[in-house]
Design a protein around this ligand. Structure first.
Ligand code: C2E
Ligand code: CA
Ligand code: CA
Length: 760
C-alpha cells in the first residue's frame, strides 16, 4: 500500500534487502528529547502569556510566538532525530519537502495556540483540536520522512505507524489540557507542574517520533551495497540545530518572563494609580463634606473662610473693595418650633435659592454658616452696590413661600462690613458684619445696617456688661425687683403685682431688662437670673403678708429658655417653701412663643407647675404664632394682651375689634384677661366696656420698688372707695403716674414685638 508516497510493510517487495543495522546516535537522541521538552515548556509558557495578555494585539503576538516555538521545537526535534538516525546508506533530504513539513508543524501549532486563547475551551474543542494537531504533527513527521532521499525505499509497519499517530494526538490533547489548566495560577507548585508537564509533553512528542522511526523499514535493492555514513557531520549539524532552537526557545521564554514581570509591574502601577485616584476621590468627597453644607449645597463656614482669605489677599495686592454681608432670617425659630424641623429645612432651601438668585452667580460667594445664618462675599466698587444687593435680597425674600400647606412671607435682617474701611482681616470683617447684623435685629429686624465704629463700642460694652452681670448675680449685688400694680376691674382693687427686674449699675445707673436680659440669655446666665427673681419675689410676698397684704399675688416673668429646664418646677416649689408662701399667690408669666418651643416637654413642665398651685399666664399675647388648639391644651389661667394692641386705641378701630375678640375668646376658654400698657383713660374705659378683667399700665402706676409700693397701692385703692364706679375718673388731670416712678427713663416698648394677629 502506498499513501503519500510512503510504502507500508504489508506490501514489502519480493526482492531486496532490509537494512537491519540502522541505529540512532544516543547523544543526538538525548538532545532531541531536550529540544522537545524545551519546546513544550516554551509553548506552555506562551499559552500562559496568551491567557494573561490584556490587549488583543499582544495576545496575537504571543500566540504567534507560541506557535513558532512549538512548531520550531517539534520540527527541530524531528530534524535532530533524523540526524541521529544512522543507516549504512547515504541519505539526503529534499529541501522543499522539508520546508513543507515545517509549514505543517507551524499550522498545527498555530491551531493549538488559537484553541488555548479561548477563554473557556470545552473538552470537545480540546479533543477536536488535539485530533487536528496530532494529525498535523504526524503529517509533519511523515512528510519530513518523505523528504529523505537515499538508495533505499522506506516501508512502514502499519501498527507502529498508527501508534505513532495516536501518540501524536494523545500528546497534543495532553498538551492542550495541561496548558489550559496551567494558564491560571502561580507559585512554586505551579512551576513544578509546568516543568513536569513540559517533560511529559516532550516525552510524548519524542515518543511519537521514535515510534514513527521504529515503524520504518529501509529496503535496499538487491544489487546495491550499504555504505558507511559521515556520522560526525550529522552530529555537528544536529548539535548546531539544537543550539539554535534552544537559543530561540530561550529567547522566547526570556521575553515571556520579561513580559510577565512588565505586566506585573503594570498591574502594580495600575493598582497604585487606582488607589491614588480612590484616595483622591475620598479626599475630594471629604473636602465636599468638610466645606459644603449638605442641606443647601452652599459652602459652609470653613469653605467660606478659605475663599474669603484668598479673596482678601488678592484684594490687598490688587486693590479694590469687598463687602461681607451677614443675613439672619427673622423669627426663623418660630417656623421650626411650630411647623417642625422638616418644614424649617425646606424653608432654608428655598431661602438659599432666593439668595443665590439675587447675587451675581460667578463672582459672589454665598455660604450658610449654620441655622438660619447666611453670609455673602461680594467684590464691589462702592458701598451703594452692597446696599442695593442687600435690598435686592430683602425684596426677593418677601416673595411668598408655600410651605406645609401655608403661604408665608419671610423677612431678613442684614449686617454689612466693608474691606478695607471696616477691617483688613477675615475675623475683623466677619465680626463687624455680625455686629451690624445685631444692630439690624435690634432695630426691629427686616432691615440692613452697615458697620460703624459706634457698634464696636457697643459690643465691647456688652462684653463688659456680661462680666458685670455675672458678678452682680454671684454677689447678689445691684439687682432689684420693681413691682407694677395690676388692677382688677371687678373688685376695683390692685390684686396682683408684676415683678420686673432692674439692675442698679455702678456706672450706667438703673438699667431696665431690655439692656441685660438678652445678654443673660445669650451667655447662660438667664436660669440664675430668673431663679434670683423667683426667690426674691417669694421673699417679698412674705414681706407683703407681714404688712397686711396677704391677698396680693405676684406675677413673675420666666425666659423661654428656662421652660426647657426640667428642674424649674422643683425650684419654684423650693422658693415657695423657703419663703413660707402659698403657691396660689405666685403666677408664672411665659410668652406665647416660649410655649411654642418643644410643646410636649413644655406641657409636662407647665402641668407640674400648675399642680403645685401656681397660676399660669400667657404674656405678650398676639405677638406670636400660637393657635387656639394649643391654648386649649395648656393649663392656663390668664391671658395678657400685648401692649402693641392697646397703644393706638381709641384711634385704631381694627385693634379695638381684635382686643374685643381676644377677650371673648379668652373668656370662652375660661381665661382671665389682663391688658398691659394701659396709659390713657380712653383705653381704660374701652377695656372696661369690653369686659377686660385686669388692667396694668402707666395710667395706674409705673413699676416701683417694694418699699415705695405701699403708698401707690393705698392711693389706687382709696380712689375706689370714694369713686365706686370708676376709680380713675377723679384722677383725670390730677393723676400723675410719673410721680410714682422713680426710674429715670421710660422703659422702651417691648423689643422685637412683631404684631402678628392670628385672630382676624
Ligand atoms: P413684659 O413682661 O411685657 O413686661 C411689661 C413691660 O412693659 C415692662 O417693661 C413694663 O415696665 C412695661 N410697661 C408696663 N406698663 C407700661 C405702659 O403703660 N407703657 C409702657 N410704655 N410700658 C409699660 P420692663 O420692666 O422694661 O420689662 C421689659 C421686659 O423684660 C418684660 O416685658 C419682660 O419680658 C422682661 N422682663 C422683666 N423682668 C424680667 C425677669 O425678671 N425675668 C425675665 N426673664 N424677663 C423679665
Ligand atoms: Ca410680663
Ligand atoms: Ca408683656
Amino acid at each position: 500500500m502506498e499513501w503519500l508516497g510512503l510504502q507500508f510493510v504489508t506490501e514489502l517487495p519480493e526482492s531486496g534487502q532490509v537494512i537491519l543495522n540502522c541505529s540512532h546516535n544516543p547523544l543526538l537522541v538525548l538532545v532531541a528529547y531536550l529540544v522537545a521538552c524545551a519546546a513544550s515548556f516554551a509553548t506552555l509558557d506562551m499559552a500562559e502569556r496568551v491567557g494573561h495578555a490584556e490587549e488583543p494585539r499582544s495576545q496575537r503576538l504571543w500566540r504567534w510566538i507560541g506557535a513558532t516555538c512549538l512548531a520550531g521545537g517539534i520540527w527541530a526535534m524531528h530534524f535532530i532525530g533524523m540526524l541521529a538516525f544512522q543507516a549504512p546508506i547515504d541519505i539526503q533530504y529534499d529541501l522543499p519537502i522539508t520546508l513543507f513539513s515545517l509549514l505543517i508543524a507551524l499550522l498545527a501549532s498555530w491551531l493549538a495556540m488559537h484553541t488555548l486563547s479561548e477563554s473557556q475551551p470545552s473538552l470537545v474543542l480540546y479533543l477536536k483540536t488535539a485530533l487536528v494537531i496530532g494529525l498535523g504533527i504526524a503529517g509533519m513527521h511523515y512528510v519530513g520522512m518523505a523528504a529523505m532521499q537515499s538508495a533505499a525505499t522506506s516501508y512502514y509497519d502499519p501498527g507502529l505507524f498508527t501508534l505513532s499517530v495516536v501518540i501524536a494526538i494523545g500528546a497534543s490533547f495532553a498538551a492542550l489540557w495541561v496548558a489550559g489548566y496551567l494558564r491560571e495560577g502561580s507559585g512554586l507548585l505551579h512551576q513544578i507542574l509546568k516543568y513536569s508537564a513540559a517533560l511529559i509533553l516532550g516525552a510524548g512528542i519524542f515518543s511519537m517520533h521514535f515510534t514513527g522511526m521504529a515503524a520504518l523499514k529501509l529496503i535496499l535493492p538487491e544489487a546495491s551495497t550499504p555504505t558507511l555514513t559521515a556520522e560526525t557531520s550529522h552530529l555537528q549539524l544536529g548539535l548546531t540545530v539544537a543550539l539554535i532552537t534552544l537559543l530561540i526557545l530561550g529567547s522566547a521564554i526570556s521575553a515571556a518572563l520579561a513580559d510577565k514581570k512588565l505586566q506585573h509591574k503594570e498591574h502594580d502601577l495600575r493598582r497604585v494609580n487606582a488607589l491614588l485616584s480612590q484616595l483622591d476621590q475620598a479626599r475630594m468627597s471629604l473636602q465636599q463634606v468638610a466645606n459644603y453644607d449638605a442641606l443647601t449645597n452652599l459652602i459652609n463656614r470653613r469653605g467660606f473662610n478659605q475663599i474669603f482669605a484668598e479673596k482678601l489677599n488678592q484684594k490687598a495686592i490688587e486693590g479694590g473693595m469687598l463687602a461681607v454681608m451677614f443675613l439672619d432670617i427673622d423669627h426663623f425659630k418660630r417656623i421650626n418650633d411650630s411647623l417642625g424641623h422638616d418644614a424649617g429645612d425646606a424653608l432654608l432651601k428655598v431661602i438659599a435659592d432666593h439668595i443665590k438668585g439675587s447675587v451675581r452667580s460667578h463672582e459672589d460667594v454665598v455660604a450658610r454658616f449654620g441655622g438660619d445664618e447666611f453670609c455673602i462675599l461680594i467684590g464691589l466698587h462702592d458701598r451703594e452696590e452692597a446696599r442695593s444687593m442687600a435690598q435686592r435680597i430683602m425684596q426677593k425674600m418677601k416673595e411668598p413661600i408655600e410651605l406645609a400647606g401655608r403661604r408665608m412671607v419671610m423677612t431678613t435682617s442684614i449686617g454689612i462690613s466693608l474691606f478695607p474701611d471696616d477691617g483688613t482681616t477675615c475675623e475683623e470683617l466677619l465680626k463687624h458684619a455680625d455686629l451690624a447684623l445685631y444692630q439690624s435685629k435690634g432695630a426691629g429686624r427686616n432691615g440692613l445696617h452697615f458697620f460703624n465704629s459706634n457698634l464696636k463700642n457697643r459690643a465691647t460694652m456688652e462684653l463688659q456688661l456680661e462680666e458685670e452681670l455675672r458678678h452682680a448675680l454671684r454677689e447678689e449685688n445691684g439687682l432689684m425687683l420693681y413691682y407694677q400694680p395690676i388692677f382688677e376691674l371687678k373688685t376695683g382693687k390692685v390684686t396682683k403685682l408684676e415683678a420686673l427686674i432692674r439692675w442698679q449699675h455702678p456706672v450706667n445707673g438703673l438699667l431696665t431688662p431690655d439692656r441685660f436680659i438678652s445678654i443673660a440669655e445669650n451667655n447662660g446666665l438667664i436660669a440664675e437670673l430668673d431663679n434670683w427673681v423667683l426667690r426674691r419675689a417669694c421673699k417679698d410676698l412674705g414681706e407683703l403678708s407681714r404688712h397686711g397684704c396677704d391677698e396680693l399675688k405676684i406675677a413673675w416673668n420666666c425666659s423661654p429658655l428656662n421652660l426647657g429646664r426640667e428642674e424649674l418646677a422643683d425650684e419654684i416649689e423650693n422658693a415657695l417653701r423657703t419663703a413660707g408662701v402659698a403657691p396660689e399667690r405666685l403666677e408664672l408669666e411665659v410668652t406665647e412663643n416660649a410655649l411654642m418651643g418643644n410643646i410636649a416637654n413644655t406641657l409636662v413642665l407647665l402641668r407640674q407647675i400648675r399642680a403645685l398651685g401656681v397660676s399660669l399666664s400667657i404674656d405678650d399675647f398676639g405677638t406670636g404664632y400660637s393657635s387656639l388648639a394649643y391654648l386649649k391644651r395648656l393649663p392656663l389661667n390668664t391671658l395678657k394682651i400685648d401692649r402693641s394692641f392697646i397703644i393706638d386705641i381709641p384711634n385704631a378701630t381694627a385693634d379695638m375689634e381684635i382686643v374685643q375678640a381676644i377677650i371673648v375668646m379668652a373668656h370662652t376658654l375660661h381665661l382671665q384677661v389682663v391688658t398691659e400698657g394701659v396709659e390713657t383713660l380712653e383705653q381704660y374705659e374701652f377695656l372696661e366696656r369690653s369686659g377686660c378683667d385686669f388692667i396694668q399700665g402707666y395710667l395706674l402706676s409705673r413699676p416701683v420698688p417694694l418699699d415705695e409700693l405701699r403708698p401707690v397701692l393705698e392711693e389706687i385703692n382709696q380712689r375706689k372707695q370714694s369713686h365706686a364706679v370708676n376709680p380713675l375718673i377723679l384722677a383725670r388731670g390730677t393723676f400723675a403716674p410719673a410721680l410714682l416712678d422713680p426710674s429715670p427713663k421710660s422703659p422702651a416698648p417691648h423689643a422685637g414685638a412683631s404684631i402678628v394677629r392670628p385672630i382676624r
